[in-house]
Write a protein that binds this ligand. Structure first.
Ligand code: CO
Length: 173
């Protein structure tokens, strides 16, 4: 399992670099990231969260209408160099982040998105998602630009939450 970087670590605020070549290192990283995602019971994990400033994340999203823990039924994908090409509607729901343990807040996101990306085989793909999947695509994509979900809160809430976090982690974000 990889070490998950927490609020206060600079890598979480960097703009991650584009992946130019999918080599053995990238495949190993993807596999380790899935492992870490399972261990921590996360639905997604972005490379900067494990200290690697590259544009890549993994998703492991359970089906909306099913309590199953069978991962074969999950949407699981390695998303490389993503670009959200469509955002439709609005959803509000509680969000958390492995890099900000213990903090859960209501965040507004697009209800449905389409992300264009490269998969681990180097193929250009598009993934359309709504609900939790759409939320994860937006949350993980933000990580690649150094944005955290607490940045997305309404102004007063954001001020309060960030003040608390900044104090706890000794940063001025
Ligand atoms: Co996160």
């Amino acid at each position: 399992m990889l070490e998950v970087r927490e609020y206060g670590e600079k890598v979480l605020r960097e703009k991650a670099r584009k992946i130019e070549e999918i080599n053995e290192d990238i495949r190993k990283l993807a596999s380790d990231m899935f492992e870490t995602c399972y261990e921590t019971e996360g639905v997604g994990l972005a490379a900067p969260q494990v200290g690697v400033s590259l544009r890549m994340y993994v998703l492991s999203i359970p089906p909306e209408d099913d309590e199953t823990t069978d991962r074969k039924k999950f949407t699981e994908e390695v998303i490389i160099n993503p670009e959200i090409i469509s955002r439709v509607g609005k959803q509000t729901g509680e969000e958390g982040c492995l890099s900000i343990p213990g903090v859960y807040e209501i965040v507004e996101r697009a209800e449905e998105v389409v992300v264009r990306y490269t998969n681990l085989d180097g193929e250009e793909k598009e993934l359309k998602g709504s609900g939790l999947l759409a939320r994860a695509i937006q949350h993980e994509g933000d990580h690649l630009d150094g944005t955290l979900f607490v940045d997305k809160l309404p102004p007063l809430k954001k001020q309060l939450v960030k003040k608390k976090l900044n104090r706890a982690y000794g940063v001025r974000w």
